[in-house]
Write a protein that binds this ligand. Structure first.
Ligand code: C5P
Length: 307
């Protein structure tokens, strides 16, 4: 990649929000020769975010400081993202990444992937690198299947192993405008769920294509199309998710869905007061519950602060 070198001793800091996502649909089409699964999934970013602050380091290295110390270290996807972009652009300027974590970890909300995409965007912006979104997309795909989606966020259809992203016009259903995310107190490994899939979990992608068609025409998607091909396997393996789902249903939520490989479950509401009632009731049962809504990150998620 041919990129102009950033000015040395660039000062200042760049704050960026890294939003979580939910999967409105997730069709698993089948297993590919490379071991990944072919997917067709509709994803939407939601207003639950980690905050990152990137600043220049005098030394030639990448350092991460995270509010959850167990996530510090060389393996964190944010560190790998910064390293990869520095390598591809032959940059020697060091970077400090401060990460204020709020999105639950290993929860099906894409937090780690979103943080990595935010690092790519922030470094590009801070040092005004002449890399295109498509260059960033290639780097993002090396980091993880979900990472390219988060470069733009919003509403998108993601295919391939997830990295082939088609952004969609904003079209989140009005009837789903308030969202409750319930995170059962377990973490789930995405790889472990995908490993357990077999042919009866596969679908032909028509749930996702019907939902895209509905959203693009300003129509409500059919409930039966809000399908997640990983849900059955997650419920079979994790009684905690079965229990949480039952609690949500008994709180009067008509429709509960799993996000990604879980364990986070979500429900939607047309009005805030009902969403709050359900949130309070589930919190009183001891659950971690977030009240949120769909969001489009291009509405100002980067703040560059220069001295
Ligand atoms: O791409 P990423 O590293 O986020 O994926 C984590 C794991 O989930 C992969 O190692 C793979 O086992 C599984 N996976 C899959 N098919 C996909 C995406 C992920 O099998 N499309």
């Amino acid at each position: 990649m041919n990129v102009a070198q950033p000015e040395s001793n660039l000062r200042g800091a760049c704050f960026i929000r890294a939003y979580a996502k939910i999967n409105l649909t997730l069709d698993v089409l089948g297993r590919r020769a490379d071991g990944y699964h072919a997917l067709s999934t509709v994803m939407q970013t939601v207003d639950l975010y980690d905050t990152l602050c990137l600043s220049a380091l005098d030394e030639d290295r990448v350092q991460l400081i995270c509010t959850r110390p167990e996530l510090d270290g060389e393996d964190n996807l944010t560190v790998r993202a910064a390293r990869l972009l520095r390598e591809r652009c032959s940059i020697r300027q060091g970077v400090l990444i401060e990460l204020h974590k709020r999105i639950p970890v290993a929860a099906g909300l894409g937090g780690g992937s979103s943080d990595a995409a935010a690092v790519l965007l922030a470094i590009q912006r801070m040092w005004q690198l002449q890399v295109t979104l498509s260059d960033l997309g290639e780097i993002a795909a090396v980091l993880g299947s979900d990472v390219p989606f988060f470069l733009q966020g919003g509403l998108a259809l993601c295919e391939g192993r997830g990295e082939v992203v088609t952004p969609l016009e904003p079209g989140w259903p009005m009837s789903m405008r308030w969202l409750i995310l319930l995170k059962p107190a377990i973490s789930i490994s995405t790889a472990a769920i995908f490993r357990r899939l077999s042919a009866h979990n596969y679908s032909d992608g028509s749930h996702s294509s019907r939902v895209v068609a509905a959203l693009q025409s300003g129509l409500e998607p059919q409930v039966e199309d809000l399908h997640n091909g990983l849900e059955r396997t997650v419920l079979e393996l994790h009684p905690e998710v079965v229990q949480a789902r039952a609690e949500m249903l008994s709180a009067g939520v008509p429709l509960v869905r799993l996000s990604g490989s879980g364990p986070t479950l979500y429900a939607s509401f047309p009005d805030l007061s009902r969403a709050m009632q359900v949130q309070k009731r589930l919190q009183a049962r001891g659950y971690e519950v977030y009240l949120t809504h769909a969001v489009y990150p291009e509405m100002g998620n980067i703040n560059v602060l220069f001295k």
